[in-house]
Design a protein around this ligand. Structure first.
Ligand SMILES: Nc1ncnc2c1ncn2[C@@H]1O[C@H](COP(=O)(O)OP(=O)(O)OP(=O)(O)O)[C@@H](O)[C@H]1O
Length: 276
């Protein structure tokens, strides 16, 4: 299952997206990056069925994302850049309404909302009106709301922009869980650490897709994007994630030899710790 954009162009007085052709795969975290104004939010809006492409199509499992109304398909959940929370409702109510809108009974919705807030370590803020929360707290409420519905397609627009490093790690771990249960997870981001935690990376510039970095490419040391990520990473980056070499007995002498384990190194490199 995947979410595909097939030659998507979007024109509103000028061309905001130009012949974008890409695939977001289920079970993967995909980063979408590019300069401010390059079209990331516009792309997510078309990918999620909020906006109709001028030409080309967005589809999930073969079904068009655009339903003719601007309402997303039930498989889709957004974490919006501007949060989209109702200021006068409590944090719990903001999450609960997303569940009730999908037919969950109020008592069950409240219980699941509580659990979703706990995933982002803000269960104690459940009764607080959203307008009394900080930007980072609101962002985590928006994440709780976006992730509580077990969507098959999760589209998150700069979900870590207001967060400190610890909470960013927490959010990445939660997004990874969504991918691990089989969801398509797309994260528009400016943050190199978020890009590095993803499996796949698309780069937009002035509405055009200018780069597509698949998992294997991220491990090419000389790749320019790799160097940018390394330079932007915190100093302890290598110490924290560098995989240990392992030893295996060599045949037929039985002498131990060093062997590389690229698959394990890959997993250790990209997957954030769930302890943070
Ligand atoms: N409805 C609209 N009509 C005209 N121009 C628009 C419209 N929506 C967005 N734009 C323009 O389209 C371009 C892409 O905007 P978009 O929000 O998709 O970029 P972005 O990459 O998400 O930016 P940022 O990183 O700052 O969030 C911008 O120049 C923006 O001003």
């Amino acid at each position: 299952m995947s979410l595909k954009l097939d030659h998507v162009t979007y024109v509103v007085s000028r061309t905001l997206l130009d012949d974008v052709d890409l695939e977001f795969k289920a079970g993967e975290l995909t980063a979408l990056s590019g300069p401010s104004g390059s079209g990331k939010t516009t792309l997510l809006s078309i990918a999620g069925g909020l906006v109709e492409a001028t030409s080309g199509t967005a589809s999930y499992a073969g079904e068009s994302m655009w339903q003719g109304t601007g309402d997303p398909r039930p498989e889709v959940s957004f974490v919006l850049q501007v949060y989209g929370l109702v200021p006068i409702l409590s944090a719990r109510e903001n999450v609960s309404v997303a569940l009730r809108a999908r037919g969950v009974k109020p008592a069950d919705a409240d219980e699941r909302a509580e659990a979703a807030l706990a995933r982002f370590h803000i269960a104690d803020l459940g009764d607080r009106q959203v307008e009394e929360l900080s930007g980072g707290q609101m962002q985590r409420v928006a994440l709780a709301r976006g992730l509580c519905v077990d969507a098959q397609v999760l589209l998150a627009d700069e979900p870590t922009s207001e967060l400190d490093e610890g909470n960013r790690g927490l959010v990445l771990a939660e997004l990874r869980k969504e991918a691990d249960r089989g969801a398509v997870v797309v994260v528009a981001t400016h943050d190199p650490a978020v890009v590095d935690a993803c499996d796949r990376h698309y780069v937009l510039d002035e509405g055009k897709l200018v780069d597509h970095i698949e998992p294997i490419d991220l491990h090419h040391f000389d790749h320019p994007e790799r160097r940018i990520i390394e330079e932007a990473a915190p100093p302890h980056f290598d110490e924290e994630v560098a995989p240990e070499p392992v030893t295996e007995p060599a045949e037929p002498t039985g002498e131990p030899v060093l062997v590389e384990t690229p698959a394990d190194a890959d997993a250790a490199f990209r997957r954030p710790s769930t302890d943070s």
